[in-house]
Write a protein that binds this ligand. Structure first.
Ligand code: HEC
Ligand code: HEC
Length: 203
């Protein structure tokens, strides 16, 4: 080998070593970022419907930001095992591991719920509050419908989504609730459901 050849060869070795070093550093940074609660890889796919950081602006797609981690995890598991069904959501959990579900749930639970822009009807919201008091919803959902553990936060959720869920529980097309919500919803009229949603959206 000539001197030039040797020089090129050693430069190539050096650049390969530098590339390997940079890759190792990137991997280390990624591991650190993940342990610090950074964005899970799969969250990018969720944003298409649930918005960035789970702050959905689509009325039929629930806000995930600020929801309890335990509830989010249980819903993902229920969708995967077919206990809860939805044509848009069910395919999203196919092949998802339990660890990925936990990681996504923790991530969305840590985000701040976005402010609601829905213009609730004050008179209907007042009737909704009276119905909620009468039905003792907050015995489970906690004061202000803030939720805890496996009981979801409903405060500030989308109007259309709330109406659909209560109607689904009433019609028993959503039954993954161990009977709690199907029995509550069976006592609600369509008007009650509308009033409750006007109340809950504004909390
Ligand atoms: C194609 C649109 C779409 C995508 C993409 C999507 N979702 Fe959903 N998701 C929905 C819809 C619609 C619902 C509400 C289903 C219903 O009405 O019961 C939902 C419901 C949920 C719920 C239940 C929330 C609640 O309050 O009960 C969770 C949890 C959830 N999605 C998590 C995710 C995660 C995590 C991802 C990314 C891996 C994701 N979704 C991707 C459309 C989508
Ligand atoms: C006995 C306890 C209990 C009572 C009382 C109760 N809930 Fe629930 N609620 C639950 C549980 C548990 C779930 C979650 C079910 C599941 O795992 O999917 C739920 C789910 C919901 C959801 C769906 C949230 C989502 O993100 O999909 C809405 C909306 C709701 N409740 C509203 C109400 C209202 C309004 C009342 C009173 C009229 C009420 N609940 C009373 C336990 C209760």
């Amino acid at each position: 080998m000539t001197f030039t050849h040797r020089l090129i060869a050693s430069l190539l070795t050096l650049s390969a070593a530098l590339a390997a070093h940079a890759q190792a550093q990137a991997q280390q940074a990624q591991a650190q970022a993940q342990s610090a609660g950074a964005v899970p890889v799969k969250a990018a796919a969720c944003a298409a419907c649930h918005g960035p950081e789970g702050k959905s602006t689509q009325p039929a797609v629930p806000i995930l930001a600020g929801q309890t981690s335990r509830y989010l995890y249980l819903e993902l598991r229920d969708f995967q095992e077919g206990r809860r069904k939805n044509d848009l959501m069910t395919p999203m959990v196919a092949g998802m591991s339990r660890d990925e579900m936990r990681e996504l749930s923790d991530y969305f639970a840590k985000q701040k719920p976005p402010p609601q822009t829905f213009a609730a009807d004050a008179a209907k919201a007042k009737l909704g509050k009276a119905k909620a008091d009468e039905t003792l919803c907050v015995m489970c959902h906690m004061t202000g419908f803030s939720g805890q553990n496996e009981i979801p936060r409903v405060a500030g959720q989308h109007y259309e989504y709330i109406v659909k869920q209560l109607a689904d529980f009433k019609a028993r097309t959503r039954t993954n609730d161990a009977g709690n919500m199907t029995s509550v919803a069976s006592t609600l009229s369509a008007q009650d459901i509308e009033n409750l949603a006007h109340y809950l959206v504004g909390l």
